[in-house]
Design a protein around this ligand. Sequence first.
Ligand code: TOD
Ligand code: ZN
Ligand code: ZN
Length: 513
Amino acid sequence: MESSPSSSPSGQVIPAFQCLSGGLGAAGDLPEGWAGDALAVGLFSGTDHPLQAATAGLLGGDPTALFERRRFRCKPGELLCLERPDGRPATLILVGLGDPAEFDGMALRIAAAAVARAAAAAGARSLGLALPVEGLDGSAAAAAMAEAVRLALYSDLRFRSEPEPRPGLELVSLLGLDPGAAAGLDTVDALCSGVELARQLVAAPPNVATPQALADCAATIASAHGLELKVLERSDCEALGMGAYLGVAQGSDLPPKFIHLTYRPANVSRRVALVGKGLTFDSGGYNLNTAGSQIEMMKYDMGGSAAVLGAMRAIGQLRPEGVEVHAIVASCENMVSGGAIHPGDILTASNGKTIEINNTDAEGRLTLADALVYAGKLEPDAIVDLATLTGACVIALGEEIAGLWSPADGLADALLEASHRGGESLWRMPLRRSYKDGLKSPLADLKNTGPRPGGSITAALFLQDFVPKGLAWAHLDIAGTVWNEKPRGADGSGATGFGVRTLVGWVLAGAPA
Ligand code: TOD
Ligand code: ZN
Ligand code: ZN
C-alpha cells in the first residue's frame, strides 16, 4: 500500500512509503517498477552478501579500488555518496552495516536514518532503499526502516520568523521485501505523528509549553480522535487533597493543570494508566539549579508528559481494540517566589502520607505521587509512569538507555519487548527494599530525597509508596534519553520523543502485565 506525501505542521514534507518485493538484481539491474532519484544499498563488511554483487553490477565492476580510494570500510552508518549526473539513478548511496553478526533492528534503523539524511541533502525527491532484511520479520523491518526515515527527516521550524520549507523526500520505496511486509507500514504514520508531537512539546520553550499549553494539546488530541478529557484546576486538586503536587505548583505564577485524557474503546478487557511527569520548567525551587546543571535545558522536564500525550495521539489514530488507556499528567512549574515551598516544609499527599521536603529540586516525584494515587483509584490492570526524574539515572545508564523499575516481572518484560521492537532502549534496574531507609524522615512519613548513591533507585522506591499494593506498576526514568545534543543513533539532534514507541507498542500488544 502506498500512502501519499503530506505536510507536517511545520510545513515540511512527510514522505509516503511503499514496499516493492523486487530487489536489486545480481547484475545491479534496478527493481522492476522502480525509478527514483536516489538508490541506497547497505553493505556488510567482509562478506559475500548478494547486495555486494549487486553493487559491483551497479558500479560496472569490482568496487574494491573505489572503496579504498574513498576509505569506505562498511562501518555501521558510514556513507559513500556517488553523484552520477548522467546515470540512473542520479544518486547512489552506499551505507555501511558493519559486521553481519551484530546486525539487528536497531542497526537497520541507524542505516535507514543515515541514508534518508544523505538522500535529502542530495536533493532527492524519491529514494529506493535496499537494505538486507533476512533474519528479521519482514513487516517489523519495513516499519523500522520507514519510522527511521521519517523521524530522521523531521525538522522543527516553528520558532523561526521566516521558516523556509525545504523540498524533501516524497516517496520512499523499500526494496526486496516480501509482499506481506507492507502491513508493517500501517502503524508508521500514527506512531511517527505521536513521536513528532512529543518532540515538539519537549523542544518548545517554557514560555510556550506551559501547563495550560499541555492541557490545550490534550484537548486537541481529544477532539481530533474522540477521546475524553478532564482537566482538574487547582481547586479540584485541593478538594482531592493533592498537597504534594500543589506544593510544587505554588511557587509559580502559572496555574497548575492536572490532565486526564482517556481512550475508551467499545469492548474493554484491560485498563491501563500512563502517567507522565509534566514539569514545564524545573528551576529547582529554593534548591536552585546552579552552575553546570544546565538550568536553561529544564524545559525538557515535561518529557514524560510529552511521551504520554504523543502515545495518546498515536493510540487515538490507531484505535486498538480491548484496551482502555488513561493518560495522566500533573502539570506545573517548579519556581522560586515568596509563595514557593521552603526546604523543610512538610506536605501531605492525596493518600494521606506526609513528606518532608529536604530538597525542593526533587519535585517530580511529588507531582507523580498525587498522579499515581489518582491513577490507582481508576483500578487499572497496570500503571506505567515516565519521568525525567534523576541525574543519577543518566550517570548510571548514559543518554541512550532509560531506566526501568518494576516489581512486576510480566510488565517489565512486556515493556522491554515493546521498547526493543520500537528501537528504544530500556534497562531494568533494582527496587532494592533496604535502600528505602534512605528516605526515612525524623518527622514525617518519608522525605523526598535519599543519599546521592543510588539516587535513581530511592526515587523509584519513593514513587512505589503511592501505588496501591499488588497493582502492576513500572517506572521509566527517561532523564538521559529525552534530549540529544548531537545526532545519535537513528535520532536527530534535539528532542527525541523517547517513550512513545515503547508505550504504543505495549498497548498494541494488548498491554500485557
Ligand atoms: C535530585 C533528587 C533530582 C535532580 C534532578 C531533578 C544531578 C543532576 C544532573 C547528575 C544533583 O546532583 O543535583 C542531581 C546529578 C546530573 N540532581 C538531580 O538528579 C535533586 O535533576 O531536578 N529532578 O526534578
Ligand atoms: Zn528537580
Ligand atoms: Zn524535575
